[in-house]
Design a protein around this ligand. Structure first.
Ligand SMILES: Nc1ncnc2c1ncn2[C@@H]1O[C@H](COP(=O)(O)OP(=O)(O)OP(=O)(O)O)[C@@H](O)[C@H]1O
Length: 281
């Protein structure tokens, strides 16, 4: 795998030509950078990811990989799927084989790869997602969190350059969220660029290198502190300011937090606070 830059420009995407979900949206997934796609329910996050994956053809606009436009022919889509993989929000939309190993091997087998290569890819994908101990288990017996990680493993076995994850942490408990994030970090070491959609502004702030907000049928993209500190944009997008920015800004107003970049999570906020109690005069 190697890093590739996935981008969409002038995207008009939707299910009804008269009322597209996205109308002239642009997004760049910079190679090797973590991108979080945020937006309220129904704003069009899934629609955007489906379009970038090639699953949904835009009514207008172009999707490119390293500047080369995606063609929606059979051959074009087949080539695109080897570069870009989408993992759906609900693992039950994705898992259909009897066992975990069979499910994860489905994509590589479909590519016509030799059995030995498929076995190696499956073993690697299961290990990266820390679900190797589940290889022989029937998929329907797994917990929701396990099924979500197995679904990601299925995409990873295709060795995509860009992995698009639709709400990979939704419905997970905090330890399962941490396990998923650790798995994503291992994927990045294997040169996959990871994009996740989420409603969780706090997660986006602490995880992402860049943030894209789907709002008013368009996409606003930028640095996490800029985008998630923009109250006007957040209100338009029906999102809340991340707690770390809200609390950090208030502590700074009170003179309790030194200047510089605002902390992005609890650990860095606590580390930035003075080590003595009491309100400074
Ligand atoms: N297959 C479809 N046919 C018709 N309309 C659809 C279809 N899929 C989605 N939509 C509509 O497109 C809009 C955007 O939906 P989408 O699923 O992309 O939003 P989302 O931001 O991912 O939402 P959520 O956070 O609730 O998952 C919604 O109004 C939805 O009803």
């Amino acid at each position: 795998m190697s890093h590739r830059t996935l981008a969409g420009t002038g995207l008009v995407v939707g299910y009804d030509r008269a009322r597209p979900v996205l109308d002239g949206a642009a997004l760049t997934v910079p190679a090797g950078r973590r991108l979080a796609v945020l937006g309220a329910n129904g704003s069009g996050k899934t629609t955007l990811l489906r379009c970038l994956s090639g699953a949904l053809r835009p009514l207008a606009g172009t999707v490119t990989v390293d500047g080369v436009p995606l063609r929606h022919s059979r051959a074009g889509l087949r080539a695109h799927r080897q570069e870009v993989q989408l993992v759906l929000q609900d693992p039950d939309d994705q898992l259909f084989s009897a066992s975990v190993a069979q499910d994860v091997s489905f994509g590589p087998l479909n590519l016509g790869l030799p059995e030995e290569t498929v076995r190696a890819r499956v073993a690697e994908a299961l290990a990266l997602l820390a679900v190797d101990h589940l290889a022989a288990r029937p998929t329907h017996q797994l917990s929701y969190g396990e099924r979500k990680r197995v679904a990601i493993a299925g995409a990873v076995a295709m060795r995509p350059c860009v992995l698009l994850l639709d709400e990979p942490t939704a419905g997970l408990d905090p330890s399962a969220v941490a396990e998923t994030l650790a798995a994503l970090a291992r994927l990045e070491e294997h040169d996959s660029t990871v994009v996740m959609s989420t409603h969780d502004v706090d997660l986006a702030l602490r995880w992402a290198d860049e943030v894209a907000v789907v709002v008013d049928r368009a996409v606003v993209q930028g640095a996490p502190l800029d985008v998630l500190g923009d109250d006007v944009l957040l209100a338009r997008a029906r999102l809340e300011r991340p707690w770390a920015l809200a609390v950090g800004a208030r502590l700074r107003e009170l003179g309790l937090l030194p200047g510089g970049t605002l902390p992005r999570d609890a650990a860095s906020l606590l580390a930035a606070l003075p080590d003595r109690p009491g309100v400074p005069t």
